[in-house]
Structure formats: C-alpha cells, structure tokens
Design a protein around this ligand. Sequence first.
Ligand code: DHE
Length: 557
Amino acid sequence: MKMKAKIALALMSGTLLLSQQAAADTKAVSLNEAELKEATQVYFDRCAGCHGMLRKGALGPELGEAKTKAMGTQVLETIIFNGTPGGMPGWGKSGELTKAETNLMARYIQTTPPPPPEKSMADMKKSWKVLIPVDKRPAKPEGGRNWKNYFGIILRDVGKIAIVDGDKKDIISVVDSGFATHILRTSKSGRYMYVIGRDGKASMIDLWMKKPENVAEIRTCNDARSIDTSKYNGPKGNYDDKLVVVGCYWPPSIVVLDGPTLEPKKIVSTASYTYDTGEYTREARVAAIVASHHDPEWVINIKETGQVWLYDYEDVANPKITMIDAERFLHDGGWDLSKRYFLVAANAKNKVVAVDTVEKKIAGIIETGANKPHPGRGVNVDSKKYGPIWGTGHIGANSIVFIGTDPEKHPDNAWKIVKTIKLPGKGGGNLFIKSHPGSKYIFADRPLNPDRKLQTQIYVIDKATLEVVKTLPMPDEFRGEFKTSDGSKVKLRGPVHFEFNADGSEVWTTVWGHKEIPTAILVYDSNTLKLKTTIKDKRLLTPTGKFNVANTMDDIY
Ligand code: DHE
C-alpha cells in the first residue's frame, strides 16, 4: 500500500487501525539509552494525557505495540507532525516538536512502555513545604485592591501564574508553580488560589498579600490535572476553606490536603474495575472534580472505569464514597444553573452524563451526536424557550449542543438536546465555551482547528437566539510568523479559553502562543464585543487558562 493511502486509512479509522498489508512493511525499532530517556519524558509531557501512561487510550486512541508496529515509523511520524482531524494537535506543525523529535516519538511508541513510578505518603511528605506559616500571613487584605476581581492566568509552558488585577488591568505578581501548569481553583472564601501542575505539584497563593505569593506547596503525585476545595457550609458543618483535593492521573489517586497548609491527609487509589465490562484497570485516572454545595462531598470523575464518585469528606480519615456507574471515558464538565446536576463529557463515547448530586444517581446520559464533546465547564443559559440549558462544543466536530437541565419545570427538555448549532467552516477544534449572567453572549474558541482562519477566531453566540452572530478575529499583530531562538519560524495558536470579570461586563481571552514569544490578554466588552484593552507584558508566555476569583468561588459559567 502507498504511504499516502496508509496515512489516509489511519486517519479515517480514527482508531488508527491498519491493514495487514501495512503490517507487512514493519521493521523492528530500537532506541538507545539517551533516546529512551528523552522519549519517555516527551511522551509524559505531550502524549500521556490523551493516550494514557500505559498507552491504553482515553481521549486519544490506544497505542498498543501491535497497532503501532503495524503502522510503522513513517505513518506515525506523519500523524505526530501534522495532527489529525479528530483533534490530535500537529506537534511538528505547531513548532513544539522538531522533525528529529517526531521521528524519535514515532519509534518510541512502537516499544514497550516502561513501568511508571509509584508514590507514597512518605514521598509526598518529603516534598511538603509551608513557605509562610498561617500566623505570619496577613490578617486582612493588604494593598487596597479589589482582590475578588483578580484573575489567575496560567502561563503554561513556563510553569507560572500571573495574578492580574481585573479592575486596573496590571500584573500584580508572577508566581512559580508546577510543570506545564494546568488549572487553578479558589477556596470558597476566594482568599487562596490552589494551582495544579501536570507534575502533580500543588501550590497555594495568598491573594490577601500586597504582592500575592505561594504560601505552601507539595508534590502530590507524578501526573495530575485537577484540584478543588471544600465548599460546603450547612447543617453538616462549615467546610469553607478547610480542605483541598487533587485528582491524579499517575499514580491514579485522590489526594486530600489541609486547606490552609497543604499538609497531606489521605490518599485513595482509584485503580478499579470498569463499570461495564468489569476489567481491572490500573490506570483509572482522576479527571474533573467539583465541590458539591449540597453536601460535604466532591464529585470525582474516574476516567477509565467510567464511574462518578461522590466522595464524602466529613471524616477525612474514613471517607464514604458513593460509586455511580456512568460511562467511559469521563473527562471535563461543570454544574447546571441550579448547581444540583453535574454534567460531564464521556468524550470518547460522544456522550454527556448528568449526575444528580442530591439524589446521588444518574439523571440522564445524552448522546451529543458529534465527535468528542469537550465542555471545559460548559455554559449555562436561562433560555426563554427551553428553560435552563447547558451547552458544550466538540473537539472533533463543529457542533455546539444545548441540553435541557430542569426536570421539574421543563421535563420535556430535560436531559435531551434541545438545540444544535454549527460553527462556520469545516472541522472542530473547539476547546472551551463560556458565558456569564452579565453578558448577552456565549464565547467559543477553536484553537485546534487545522484551518488558520478558523483557528484564530472567537465565535460569538447570542444567548437569546442560540445562533452564531459574530466572529472576532485574533488581532493582526499576533497573526504573522515569529522567530524562535533556534531560528525556526512559528505561527501563534489562536485565542484559547475565556473568563469573565466579576460583574460579567468583560470577557478575557489569551493568545496561547509559543513559550519564547510574549503574547497578550485580550479584554473584550462582553456586550458591545469591542476589544477594550490588550494587556501585553514580556512575562506573558503561553497564557492558557484564566480564572477570576469571584466566578471561581461561586462556580459561575
Ligand atoms: Fe485540560 C480542564 C485534562 C489538555 C487547559 N483538562 C481539564 C480537566 C481535565 C483536563 C480532566 C477538568 C479539570 C477539572 O475541572 O477539575 N487537559 C486534560 C488532558 O488530559 C489533556 C487532554 C491532555 C494533557 O496532556 O493534559 C488536556 N488542557 C489541555 C490543554 O492542552 C490546555 C488547552 C492547555 C494546557 O494546559 O495545556 C488545557 N484544561 C485546560 C483548562 C481547563 C482544563 C484551562 C479548565 C477549564 C475551566 O474553565 O475550568
């Protein structure tokens, strides 16, 4: 079979299945010690998130040796370099991997994966540091700023967080965090920002300090994506600002920490059995976590086993866990408008699962009709026509779907798709969608679309009509080619992720970019859609997620 045809077949199949003829072309591959070391690190940094540490697949397809060997180095190289229409990034095209690194990775994934390291409570304790003890921290907010309108902005590739004043639009401080920092969440009071790095390093920033700084840090595991805090205050006790939970990819586990100091309190392994076929799954990773407002519980989504765990943290040493069978492979999601139902994407199955956190059972499982729903936290709209609805976009398709979320007053719409709209142009690439009660619009990005024009636009959806009414192009100054230190030329990836200021009058997005090229925060009026300000600074390197204190405290989206 010709190489082009083999690549087309691999792309079309989505699961990278190959013909026997392709298998006949394979040759044994081997890596020397230095190559193995480098490739293991690159795989961990770039590939394990989607394909799994043990390469059994989740958001991305499984990469078992039999399959990858059958595909051969050249096919794999082409896919790694250019990406796929199903949403795999083109690592070479974006300038993140060189041709040599692409070749190395194509060979590496044809070898047996090395066993990943384990981690114990003793390891964790060794890394725990209280940098500023509780009694040495400010007794009240310092600096006279409106700290509840601060934004924490992830500077992904440099492992830092920029704290930006949402009123004054200046960067107050830039704080170190973990490797390839992923997300942050605030404590219930908003005072602390809790940050998680992909290396499992959790850190906490005190926003009451004149110049916010880290006050404690700990390495909870080797690979993590989620963090949240306890947010229940009611008849069962006041847990505001008391506890923190980290969701680990490897070792697959839940780690509970003390809120004010990050002292480790409890580790619970999530390795378990798939909900449907009952297969033992060592790599049962923790995806999204949210804190319930109805009970002292976290909603914890176990990706590979397809279960949602309601983790009751009242007795920290002896937690109670309600295991709810849902769907594989759970990824990201958010609350409905009432904050009773949690909607999470089982993105490899093109489904959204709605969990009722009061009745502690599945409320509905909805087929989205499109490839790989990826809501971030999703978007909530109180629609005149449909009642409360929640929406998500897709990585592998241009559909945005809206689901009815009110079984009491709008039972005919509950847990059904009430409306599907299409983003203009072909292909998906959407990662995040967001709104706020203070805005008439919903904003959607599309940084993974292969088409340069579609990739660099913001899509504006009218909440009243649920139609795309406008596209906002990335400003011209970020559109050209930029030179990196090794002389190569890169194009900056388009706007990614949105967050609103506290009253919802502004929507902020960022030019994702490249780790050597400073980019910017774009601040739009969320109702007139005018670009109000471009916040530029040489420290703004790869800004990705943005989290406003007031909106994160109260889960507004
Ligand atoms: Fe994320 C949320 C996992 C790639 C930016 N991402 C999440 C959540 C999970 C997840 C499980 C939900 C956390 C929660 O709510 O508790 N992300 C993963 C991956 O496994 C994946 C696909 C591949 C990887 O290797 O990490 C991945 N994520 C990315 C990116 O490439 C993004 C765009 C930039 C980056 O950090 O590398 C990215 N993810 C984000 C952001 C959120 C997020 C900004 C939070 C969205 C919000 O509005 O709350």
